[in-house]
Each structure stands twice: as C-alpha cells, then as structure tokens.
Design a binder for this molecule. Structure first.
Ligand SMILES: C[C@](O)(C(=O)O)[C@H](CC(=O)O)C(=O)O
Ligand SMILES: [Mg+2]
Length: 301
C-alpha cells in the first residue's frame, strides 16, 4: 500500500543483523523507486541508490554535479517504495567535513539504512575511470569523523570507500582503509580492485564488513556470488545493472517501434499491465475505495 510497514530503525537493524550472517548480501541498485519494490519482490534483502544511476537518470555524467538535497529527495522517494534497507552513495559527502556531517543527517532523515563516503577530491569521477585523485588520508579521516559525530542513530551504517587503489596502489589503499575504520567507519568499500588476489588482501587486512563493487564494464572482472563469499566479502554491489538492462531494452524497443511501425513484436518483453498492478498493490487499495480496482483485466495483460 501507500506506506511501507517498517521504520528506518528496523531497517537499519535488519541490515546490521544481516551483515553478521555468513551469507553474501547481494545488493542491486534501484533505477527508480518502483524498481526498489521489484528488488524486494524478487527476494533481495537490500537495495542500493547509486550516484551514477541518479546522475545518468538526470542526463548528467557522474562527476559530482548532483547535490546532497537531490540525492536525499530521491532517497526518500525510494525508501517510501520498499521495506528493504537502502544504502546510498553519498559520493564525497558533497564538500568539506561539515557538509559530510549535514549529508549524514539528510540521509538519516530520508529513511536510509546507511551511506558510503569516498576519499576522492571534488569534482569526483566514476571509480572505474582514469584520472581520479584522492584527498590526503587525514582529510578523509576528518570527513569520516564528522560523519560519525553527526550520526544520531547508531544503527545507521557509515561505510567508507577508498578510491586509492588505482591512484596510490594496493598497500596504500589498505592503509587508508585501516585508518578509516579507526576513525569510526562501520564497513569498507575498496573501489576498483584488479583481481581476486587484491580482494583477498583487503579481506586479510580489514576486520569490518567489506563490499565488492560488481559494476559492469569497469576495471575488474565480474566475480560471482559464490566466489565473493569464498573471498570473505559481505556485500556484492550491482549498482548500475538495472539501469543498463532497462536502457538497453528501451533503446532496442525504440528502434523496433520506429522500424516496424508497431510495438506488437515487443509485447513478450514488456512487463504486463497485471504484473505492474500487482507490484503497485492495486487490489489492496480497494479496502479504502472499492471503485479503484473494479474492472477485470483481459487475459494475458
Ligand atoms: C558505485 C558507483 O559509485 C555508483 O555511483 O553506482 C559507480 C558505479 C559505476 O560508475 O559503474 C562507481 O563505481 O564509481
Ligand atoms: Mg558513485
């Protein structure tokens, strides 16, 4: 129905509890609020809100153009559409440490279960592109401390991402991650690792939960869930997968529509009206107003 059933505090503790289990948490990135509900409906236990997806959705490159308030607004729409815990990409925290502090409170208010902050300089880049720079380690430590101090709900997960691997090398990235944990980060996101040996090296060095970014067409190979679990990883992130799938289908569909003059051949690939209505919970609304769902759908729609 209109509202979700769980409070932000319940989702935060669900995520925390889930991270203590010896099972990989697969976390797809929602492409819009409704897709977050589909992520829940298909059995996933958490969803992600990607900065790259949000920027692309607005027709922008992922270079720090979106603002904290835009991300928070999207986050609020997303958390209203699902009961799952949602982790948000808070980029660099949108400025100085004081901005990171405000970002934490905005994201708490948006009902999220947690966020990640990265150690890139502004303007940031996609973590899988070349030409990134990172701020000095001490600056990122200040960013994290500000975030930790600003947090009002201790259940809210603060994850630190380091982009240092492709800038300063693996050892420096691991050293940074250790310093970030000491500064209060609850979990670590090592960005753009090259191979399984590097994933393993991070696991051996860091005691808190680790996230593996399985973004497509990036720096690393796509590792499957079993491999990531065996490597000791806690979260597998699929940040842009749904956007890429959807946009691929949309582009093909537009070309077909234009070439064939009808969408008839595309029907088998579409979400049907009845599936959409089930996802939206139309029938539940009849409890309030019996006229909402007072028609029957033709077979197969
Ligand atoms: C995880 C990420 O930060 C995102 O915004 O989703 C991106 C994903 C991508 O651009 O493929 C990143 O890895 O930097
Ligand atoms: Mg991002």
């Amino acid at each position: 129905m209109l509202h979700t059933r769980t409070t932000p505090a319940e989702r935060r503790s669900a995520l925390r509890k889930r991270l203590t289990e010896d099972r990989l948490l697969m976390m797809p990135g929602a492409l819009n609020p409704l897709s977050a509900r589909l992520i829940q409906d298909t059995g996933f236990e958490a969803a992600y809100l990607s900065g790259a997806v949000l920027a692309a959705d607005l027709g922008l490159p992922d270079i720090g153009l979106t603002t904290a308030t835009e991300v928070a607004a999207r986050a609020q729409q997303t958390t209203r559409a699902t009961d799952l815990p949602v982790l948000v990409d808070a980029d660099t925290g949108f400025g100085e440490p004081v901005n990171a502090a405000r970002t934490v409170q905005l994201m708490e208010d948006a009902g999220l279960a947690g966020l990640h902050l990265e150690d890139q300089v502004n303007p940031k880049r996609c973590g899988h592109l070349d030409g990134k720079s990172v701020v000095p380690r001490e600056d990122m430590v200040r960013r994290i401390r500000a975030a930790v101090d600003a947090r009002r709900d201790p259940g809210f997960l603060l994850m630190a991402r380091t982009d240092a691997r492709t800038v300063e090398g693996l050892d420096a990235a691991i050293d940074r991650a250790r310093a970030y944990v000491d500064a209060g980060a609850d979990a670590i996101f090592p960005e753009a690792l090259a191979d399984e040996a590097e994933f393993a090296a991070f696991r051996a060095a860091i005691d808190v939960p680790l996230l593996a970014n399985m973004t497509e067409f990036g720096k690393g190979r796509l590792l499957d869930a079993r491999t990531l679990h065996d490597l000791g990883y806690d979260i597998a992130l699929y940040p842009v997968t749904l956007l890429r799938l959807a946009m691929g289908a949309v582009e093909d569909g537009l070309r077909t529509l234009s070439a064939e003059g009808t969408q008839e051949s595309l029907l088998p690939r579409m979400q049907t009206r009845s599936r959409l209505y089930r996802l939206l919970g139309y029938e539940e609304y009849t409890a309030f107003d019996s006229a909402v769902f007072d028609f029957t759908l033709p077979h197969g729609t």
